[in-house]
Design a protein around this ligand. Structure first.
Ligand code: GLA
Length: 730
C-alpha cells in the first residue's frame, strides 16, 4: 500500500516508486512534517523532530517544559494565532470576531482511488490501484470546524497531490478568510526560487533567484491565473541543473487569484504555501456547510529539472488532460486572426480555406469579428449572433462550404465579456462586474460579465449552444481578454462579497462543464490574450491552450521553453505566422518558424495567398513533418539541451520516444557571431547500446557516442536559422 500509518509512533508515510513523504501526529495533537524526498525504506523518523527551548517561541497551554512550540516545528498545516508566526494556512473569523483556530488530529481514513474537490478541475485516477488517498481530519473543538487534509498518492507517476476541505460542524456561522491548499515546511533554506513570470506576449519566462530570509511570493489578483505569474514554483537546490540536484515543484490546478510563497525564518527553515489568494477572499460557512480548495500537484525530482518535467508531462497526459484528446492528433488549423484581423467576410474565409487545403491544412478557425457589429475591438461582445453582412451566406452554409473544401471548422468566442453599447449590455447592464455608485474601468474597451451569477451563465450557455448547434462546428477558441476590476456582485449580500473572485472561477468551470456535456466532441482551445490563463485548471477542460499572442519564432523559444518546464508540449498552441512578424517586426526564415511551431499543436496564422511561390515547398515539408513527428513530440520525452535564457546564441531541444528508438533534435541559432564557436550537442535519454541512423545524412552513431561525444551543429548557422535531425534505431 502506498499509504501507511504506524499506530505506535503515529507516523504517516506516503510512498511513490521513487519518493517518500512522512509526517506525524505530535504531542498536543498537531501534525508535524518530517520528510519529503527520495524513497525511504522506513518510517522511523520521529527522532528527526528536534524540540528545543527557543527564546521568544510560545508553548501550548499545559506544556510541562518549553521545548514544544508551533513557532518552529515543521507543520503540515500551519495555524494562525497559536504561536506560529510564519505564514498561516488557515484563518477563520468566528461569530465573536475571534480568528484563532486550534486544529488537532481527530482521525483519518485511507481510500483506494482519488477524491476530488467539488466543482473544480482536478487530477483523476485512470485505473484501479493507480492512486490512493489519505484523508486526515483535524478538529477545532471550540468552533466545531473540521479540516480534512487530502493527500492523493500516484505511486507509478511519482506524484502526490493535496487539497483541503473545511466543514462547519459548529452551531455558529463562520467566515473563512484564508484557506491554503498546501503548506510544506523544509528543514533548510539553501534553495533557489524558480518561477515563470511574464507579460502579454511575453509569457512564462523562467526566473531563478536564491531564497533570502523573509518572504518571496508570486501571485495573481487579476481574476485569471495571469501572464504575469504562472501558478508554478520550484524550489531547487542551489546548483541544480537540467540533470542534477533536488527540485521540489508545485503547480496549482486553478485559473483565478492565487498566492505561492516561500518564507525563510530565523532558524533557516523554509515554509512554502500555495492556495487561493487570501486578498479580498472570504467564504461564509453556515452550520452544516463546507468549502473545498483547488488541488496542488507536488513533484520531487532528485535529478534536476528534466526529471521534474518528465514527471509533470507524463502525469498531466495520464491524469489531467481529457483522455479523449490527449493522444489524439489535433487538426492542423489555419486561424484567420493575423491574416485578416476584423476585415473578412465569407468569401475571404473560403479563399483562405481553399488555399490552406492545398497546403495540407485540416481546419479553418474563424477568429474574432464574426458576430454582432464587430468590426473592431470596441463593440459587440455578448451579442453572439452571426453578422450576416460579413457571413453573407449564413454560418451553416459557410461551414458546409468549408467542409466541402475538405476542412473542418472552428470558431472564436469570448464568453465572459460584454462590450459597452452591445445589445446585451443595453438589456442587462446589471450583469457586468461592477461596484455600485462607482464608474467602471474598461480594458480593451470591454467589461466583464458576472460569472458568479447563474442567470449570466445560462445566457452565455444558451447563446453559445445556439451557435454551436447551428452548424457543424468542431472546435472553439475560448478567449478571455481582460483582468477584473471593481469586483462586486449584485446577488451577494455585503458580508459575502469576498466570495466573488472564487465564484467567478467556479462559474467559468461550470460553463465549461455544461458545454462539454452538450458537445462532448468539440475541441476547446483555451486562450486569454494569448497565454494569460495557461494553467492546469484550464488544461483539464482544454487539451490545448494558445501559448502566447507572440507568434515570433525567436520570442517563442523562451515562451515555449518556460512553458515546457511544467506543461506537456501537446498542450501548447503554436502557429507559423507571417513575416515581418506582427508583434516584433522580425524577419525569420519560414523553415525556422515551422521547426519552432512543431513544438506544440501545429498550425498557421497567416494569409496563404501571401505565401511566396518559392516557400510553398517548405510548407509542404512542414506539414509532412508534423504528421511524421506528431507522436514522438506529443508523447515522447522532452530534453532541453540549450537554454535561450542562458545566452542569446541559441536554443536546442530533443524528443526521445518512450521506447528510445526515435529521436528528433532541433537547434535554433538566435544570433550568430563572426567566427562562431563550435557547437556539439550531447544528446540525452538514448539507449547507449543502440545504434541510430540519422535520416538527413545516413550516418550511423551509437547511443553512447551521441550522448557522450555528441552531434556537430553546422558552424555557419546564420541569425535565426534552424536545423533539425531525425534519428532512428537501426
Ligand atoms: C486575443 C487572442 C488572439 C485573438 C484576439 C482576437 O488577443 O489571444 O489570438 O483571438 O484576441 O480579438
Amino acid at each position: 500500500m502506498s499509504i501507511s500509518y504506524n499506530k505506535d509512533t503515529k507516523i504517516f508515510k506516503l510512498d511513490t516508486k521513487e519518493n517518500s513523504y512522512v509526517f506525524m501526529v505530535t504531542e498536543f495533537g498537531y501534525l508535524a512534517h518530517l520528510y519529503y524526498g527520495k524513497y525511504l525504506q522506513t518510517d522511523d523518523l520521529a527522532y528527526s523532530l528536534q524540540l528545543d527551548d527557543i527564546s521568544l517561541s510560545p508553548n501550548p497551554a499545559g506544556a510541562t517544559d518549553r521545548t514544544f512550540s508551533l513557532d518552529v516545528i515543521p507543520s503540515e498545516y500551519s495555524l494562525y494565532g497559536r504561536g506560529d508566526f510564519r505564514e498561516s494556512s488557515i484563518m477563520v473569523e468566528q461569530e465573536d470576531g475571534s480568528r484563532v483556530v486550534d486544529l488537532t488530529y481527530k482521525e483519518h481514513t485511507i481510500y483506494s482511488g482519488k477524491m476530488k474537490p467539488e466543482g473544480l478541475p482536478a487530477t483523476f485516477s485512470k485505473e484501479e490501484n493507480d492512486c490512493a488517498t489519505l484523508d486526515v481530519v483535524l478538529e477545532d473543538e471550540v468552533s466545531g470546524l473540521l479540516v480534512h487534509l487530502f493527500y492523493s498518492v500516484f505511486p507509478d507517476s511519482d506524484v502526490i497531490t493535496r487539497y483541503v476541505k473545511v466543514e462547519n460542524h459548529g452551531a455558529d456561522t463562520v467566515a473563512l478568510k484564508r484557506v491554503m491548499s498546501l503548506c510544506m515546511d523544509f528543514d533548510r533554506c539553501d534553495f533557489d526560487f524558480i518561477h515563470l513570470h511574464g507579460a502579454w506576449a511575453r509569457e512564462r519566462h523562467m526566473e531563478r533567484t536564491p531564497l533570502i530570509h523573509g518572504k518571496q511570493q508570486i501571485d495573481s489578483i487579476r481574476g485569471v491565473s495571469s501572464a504575469q505569474h504562472n501558478p508554478f514554483v520550484a524550489l531547487a537546490e542551489r546548483g541544480a541543473t537540467e540533470e542534477y540536484g533536488a527540485v521540489y515543484a508545485f503547480n496549482f490546478i486553478y485559473s483565478g487569484n492565487f498566492l505561492a510563497e516561500a518564507e525563510v525564518n530565523q532558524l533557516d527553515t523554509t515554509r512554502f504555501i500555495m492556495g487561493i489568494h487570501p486578498m479580498d477572499f472570504s467564504w461564509e460557512l453556515q452550520p452544516g456547510s463546507r468549502f473545498e480548495t483547488p488541488e496542488v500537484v507536488m513533484v520531487y525530482s532528485d535529478r534536476g529539472f528534466t526529471r521534474m518535467t518528465h514527471v509533470f508531462h507524463d502525469f498531466y497526459r495520464n491524469h489531467l488532460i481529457s483522455p479523449k484528446w490527449v493522444n489524439r492528433k489535433r487538426p492542423i488549423l489555419i486561424n484567420n486572426w493575423e491574416a485578416t484581423y476584423f476585415d473578412f467576410d465569407d468569401e475571404k474565409l473560403l479563399e483562405i480555406a481553399r488555399n490552406a487545403k492545398n497546403m495540407g491544412v485540416e481546419m479553418l478557425v474563424m477568429d474574432d469579428g464574426w458576430f454582432g457589429e464587430r468590426n473592431d475591438d470596441f463593440t459587440s461582445l455578448g451579442d453572439w449572433f452571426v453578422n450576416e453582412k460579413k457571413i453573407k451566406c449564413g454560418l451553416k452554409r459557410l461551414v458546409e462550404q468549408i467542409n466541402e473544401i475538405g476542412l473542418s471548422f472552428g470558431i472564436w468566442f469570448e464568453p465572459e465579456m460584454v462590450s459597452p453599447g452591445s445589445e446585451l449590455h443595453k438589456k442587462h447592464p446589471e450583469w457586468c462586474v461592477q461596484t455600485r455608485n462607482r464608474s467602471m474601468s474598461t480594458s480593451r474597451s470591454q467589461y466583464v460579465l458576472d460569472m458568479s451569477r447563474e442567470d449570466v451563465i445560462d445566457y452565455i450557455y444558451t447563446s453559445m449552444e445556439a451557435i454551436l448547434s447551428s452548424a457543424h462546428i468542431e472546435y472553439v477558441k475560448w478567449d478571455m481578454n481582460r483582468n477584473l476590476t471593481e469586483t462586486w456582485s449584485a446577488l451577494l449580500p455585503a458580508h459575502r462579497q469576498g466570495e466573488f473572485w472564487h465564484r467567478y472561477v467556479l462559474g467559468v468551470y461550470a460553463l465549461y462543464e455544461r458545454l462539454l456535456a452538450r458537445f462532448p466532441e468539440i475541441l476547446i482551445e483555451g486562450c486569454a490574450s494569448g497565454g494569460a490563463r495557461f494553467d492546469p485548471g484550464i488544461l483539464y477542460y482544454s487539451p490545448q491552450i494558445w501559448t502566447s499572442d507572440d507568434t515570433d519564432a525567436i520570442e517563442r523559444l523562451k515562451i515555449q521553453y518556460g512553458t515546457s518546464l511544467v506543461y506537456p508540449v501537446s498542450a501548447m498552441g503554436a502557429h507559423v505566422s507571417a513575416c515581418p512578424n506582427h508583434q516584433t517586426g522580425r524577419i525569420t526564415p519560414l523553415k525556422t518558424r515551422g521547426i519552432v511551431a512543431l513544438n506544440g499543436t501545429f498550425g498557421y496564422e497567416l494569409d496563404p495567398l501571401n505565401i511566396p511561390e518559392e516557400d510553398k515547398d517548405i510548407v509542404k515539408i512542414q506539414i509532412a513533418d508534423y504528421h511524421k513527428y506528431h507522436d514522438l513530440i506529443a508523447q515522447g520525452d522532452l530534453y532541453r539541451l540549450l537554454s535561450p535564457f542562458d545566452s542569446s546564441d541559441h536554443s536546442a531541444t530533443e524528443y526521445v520516444s518512450k521506447d528510445k528508438k526515435e529521436v528528433l533534435v532541433q537547434y535554433v541559432r538566435i544570433l550568430a557571431k563572426p567566427n562562431n564557436s563550435y557547437v556539439r550537442l550531447r544528446l540525452k535519454g538514448l539507449k547507449k547500446e543502440l545504434y541510430y541512423r540519422m535520416e538527413e545524412t545516413g550516418n550511423v552513431y551509437s547511443g553512447d557516442v551521441l550522448m557522450n561525444v555528441g552531434l556537430n551543429i553546422p558552424r555557419n548557422c546564420k541569425d535565426f536559422e534552424a536545423v533539425q535531425f531525425y534519428l532512428t534505431a537501426v
